[in-house]
Ligand binder design. Structure first.
Ligand code: SF4
Ligand code: SF4
Length: 255
C-alpha cells in the first residue's frame, strides 16, 4: 500500500514521540531523587528552575488542546503510544492471523513492560530498580506490580474501548469538537465503492470507517483513505480529510 505524505509525516512525528518516551528509561530525561533536580538531555533544573521544564510541558498540553480544536483527535494518531499499539495489533494481517492471541499477548507484554519502565525510570535507574526489587523492597514491588497489571489489562482487554470511552483526552476532545474541526469524510456520489472492506479492516479503532469516520472516535489517521486508494486508485479514494470553513468566512462579501 502506497503511503501518503500525510502518513509519512505522521510516522515521523510518531517516531519522535516514541523516542522522547524511550529517553526516560535511558535516563536522558529523569528526576534525581537524591539531589532533587530534573535532567533533560544534559541540562539540569533544580528546585529553583524546575518551573522551566514544567512550564514547557504545560505549554505543550495547551498546544495539543488548541490543535485538537482545529485538527480533531490528532494527538492520538500522532503522539499516543496506544495508537501505535492498536495499529500493530489491529492491522489486517494480525486481525486474521491464526496466531492472533499469541501476538496480542506478546505485544501487550512488551508495551506494558515499556510503559512501566517509562514511569519508574523517571525516578529510579533500571539497575537500582532491579537491586531494590531483588532485596525485597515492598513499596517498589507493589508499585511495579500494580502498574504492570494495570497496563497489561489495558493492552490485552480494553484496547480501543479505553480510547473511546475511558481516556480523559477523549472527553476533552469531545468538548473541543465543533463544526469547524477537521473530520474524515466518506463520500460515494458515483457509487464506486466495491465493498471490499479494506477501510474497515485497517481502522486501528475497529470503526466501520464508511459510517463512523465522522464521529469523535475517529483519530484522523488517514489509514482508511489509503486502503481505499489501494482498491480504487489514488485519485478515486472515497475518503477525504476535510477542514470545514467557519460560516462567517464562507459568506460572500456584502451577502
Ligand atoms: S475511520 Fe479512518 S481516519 Fe478514522 S480512525 Fe479509522 S482508519 Fe483512521
Ligand atoms: S476501501 Fe473504499 S472501496 Fe473498499 S469498502 Fe472501503 S470505501 Fe469501499
Amino acid at each position: 500500500m502506497a503511503k501518503s505524505k500525510y502518513t509519512n509525516r505522521r510516522r515521523l512525528i510518531q517516531g519522535l514521540a516514541m523516542a522522547m518516551l524511550l529517553s526516560i528509561p535511558l535516563r536522558l530525561v529523569c528526576f534525581d531523587l537524591e539531589d532533587e533536580y530534573i535532567r533533560v538531555f544534559g541540562a539540569r533544573f533544580g528546585l529553583s528552575t524546575m518551573f522551566y521544564p514544567l512550564f514547557t510541558i504545560l505549554a505543550l498540553i495547551l498546544f495539543v488542546v488548541f490543535k485538537g480544536m482545529k485538527k480533531g483527535r490528532i494527538f492520538c494518531s500522532h503522539l499516543c503510544p496506544m495508537h501505535l499499539f492498536l495499529e500493530i495489533v489491529n492491522s489486517p494481517k494480525n486481525k486474521t492471523s491464526g496466531l492472533r492471541p499469541l501476538k496480542l499477548w506478546g505485544w501487550s507484554l512488551l508495551f506494558a513492560f515499556l510503559s512501566v519502565e517509562v514511569v519508574l525510570s523517571f525516578f529510579q535507574p533500571l539497575d537500582n530498580q532491579v537491586r531494590l526489587i531483588a532485596s525485597g523492597h515492598l513499596p517498589l514491588i507493589g508499585i511495579a506490580s500494580a502498574l504492570f497489571l494495570g497496563f497489561l489489562g489495558l493492552f490485552v482487554h480494553y484496547r480501543e474501548h479505553f480510547c473511546k470511552r475511558g481516556c480523559p483526552y477523549a472527553l476533552i476532545q469531545m468538548l473541543l469538537q465543533s463544526n469547524t474541526t477537521r473530520y474524515m469524510e466518506f463520500a460515494n456520489p458515483e457509487k464506486t465503492c466495491t465493498n471490499c472492506r479494506g477501510c474497515d479492516d485497517i481502522c486501528p479503532f475497529n470503526l466501520r470507517a464508511r459510517f463512523e469516520s465522522k464521529g469523535t472516535d475517529c483519530t484522523n489517521c488517514n489509514l482508511c483513505a489509503e486502503a481505499c486508494a489501494t482498491e480504487l486508485g489514488e485519485a478515486n479514494t472515497l475518503f477525504h480529510l476535510i477542514d470545514p470553513v467557519p460560516e462567517h468566512d464562507a459568506e460572500q462579501p456584502g451577502a
